[in-house]
Design a protein around this ligand. Structure first.
Ligand code: SAM
Length: 393
């Protein structure tokens, strides 16, 4: 068992556990081996333990979304009828690293939009619903009229929300048009191609704005939040459901593994591309700065492979194992390779294989953070009554 107090030493000694060829690839003056993700060494122990207490204030929120009964959706452990294979190719795409990416706003987003990625997103949807107690949202939204799902992906969340809320007009936006044509079945649902970091063509006001797994996506998350604030009607809610590349373990069994180091490498790679992918832990503060009120955050530890004993957590771990294995492959080429840290394709592939091996290793008790953060746009008579309203910070 590693002593958490000697984490600095652990990080240094962990270097010796790398294969020599990776050692030389990593240890450049620009990107030293003990990976610099923008944190000073003295900050590393606190950062890497990252076992911040789970905030419980969201428990006071009424849970308005009806349960979706995941047990009906899961026929047995490991079999999720997410219609694998029913994927939609976007004609505006290009190929690189053996994968397909969106050509609209090329290089704006680092993950592919191909069938493998679409299946991964749909499988992820079953996991996030389980994590959220079989609901689609925790913000106390009741019978909304207009709902926006930013970065809708395959549109699976928007489709289910539109099904459950026939009174609502639901709009899903994305850089890729990979959503099914649901017009015949769900006339209250629309998908549009839009870069939400550009000026919005979307007509508000919205009652609910939802963003899930957008932590790698934006150059300026606060600018998107401000647009969402402006597009919401007073009293309307925003909800983030998001993760981070911050694999952890309560018993420190991930320490010194390739997975542990990949955490740091991928953050450095994203930073090299101008992206802060540790943003999920900052959403709460950002929302308050922008003027949202009743802001609450819940951090949930999701098992990263089926190591837990309990059936439900084991199922979560089974899905997490699949989607993480694919995410590591999907994220690494751009962030660690020529567009990020500049590592060679061979070195990237070697790390990916090592990390994937760690993800499958149930002796490593991986946990993966998932954040749910909600905030309400105040009514005009409430503005100014709250302590933190500084939109320019
Ligand atoms: C990780 S996926 C999440 C998809 C979906 N929200 C889900 O949870 O299944 C991120 C999505 O955001 C989209 N995206 C990235 N940057 C965007 C932008 N600037 N504007 C709109 N969509 C964006 C990507 O194309 C991708 O489909």
């Amino acid at each position: 068992m590693l002593d958490p107090e000697s984490f600095d030493q652990d990080m240094a000694s962990a270097a010796y556990m790398w294969p020599a060829e990776l050692h030389s690839q990593f240890s450049t003056p620009q990107y030293p081996l003990v990976v610099d993700s923008g944190l000073s060494t003295s900050q590393l122990p606190q950062f890497a333990r990252s076992s911040q207490p789970v905030l419980s204030n969201i428990d006071s929120l009424p849970n308005m979304s009806p349960p979706l009964h995941i047990e009906d959706q899961v026929d047995s452990v490991g079999h999720y009828p997410h219609e694998k294979g029913s994927t939609i190719p976007d004609p505006l795409s290009y190929s690189e690293h053996g994968r397909t990416f969106q050509a609209y706003k090329q290089h704006k987003y680092d993950l592919p939009n191909d069938a493998v990625e679409q299946d991964r997103l749909d499988l992820g949807h079953s996991l996030w619903r389980m994590v959220m107690n079989d609901t689609l949202h925790w913000a106390p939204v009741d019978k909304p009229s207009r709902v926006l799902d930013i970065g809708t992906g395959t549109g699976i969340w928007a489709i289910e929300f539109a099904e459950l809320n026939p009174q609502a007009k639901v709009i899903g936006t994305d850089l890729s048009l990979i959503q099914p044509d649901m017009n015949g079945q769900l006339p209250n649902l629309e998908f549009i191609r839009e870069d939400v970091e550009e000026e919005w063509t979307l007509e508000g006001p919205f009652d609910f704005v939802h963003l899930r797994l957008m932590f790698t996506c934006f150059n300026d998350h606060r600018s998107v939040m401000r647009k969402a604030y402006d597009s919401l009607r007073p009293g309307g809610w925003i909800e983030y459901q998001d993760s981070e590349v911050d694999y952890d373990s309560d018993d420190y069994s991930h320490r010194g593994t390739a997975l542990h180091k990949w955490n740091f490498l991928i953050k450095a790679g994203a930073a090299a591309r101008g992206r802060d992918i540790e943003v999920s832990r900052k959403y709460k503060e950002y929302l308050m700065q922008i003027g949202f009120v009743d802001v609450v955050e819940k951090k949930i530890k999701v098992p990263g492979n089926p190591w837990p004993a309990g059936r439900r957590r084991k199922e979560m771990g089974e899905i997490a194992e699949v989607i993480s294995t694919e995410a590591v492959q999907a994220m690494s080429p751009k962030m660690l390779g020529d567009e990020g840290l500049g590592m060679s394709p061979d070195a990237v592939q070697q790390i990916v294989s090592l990390v994937q091996g760690n993800i499958h290793d149930q002796k490593i008790h991986i946990t993966w953070p998932f954040y749910v953060v909600c905030g309400r746009k105040p009514f005009p008579d409430e503005v100014g009554q709250h302590p933190v309203v500084n939109r320019e910070d």
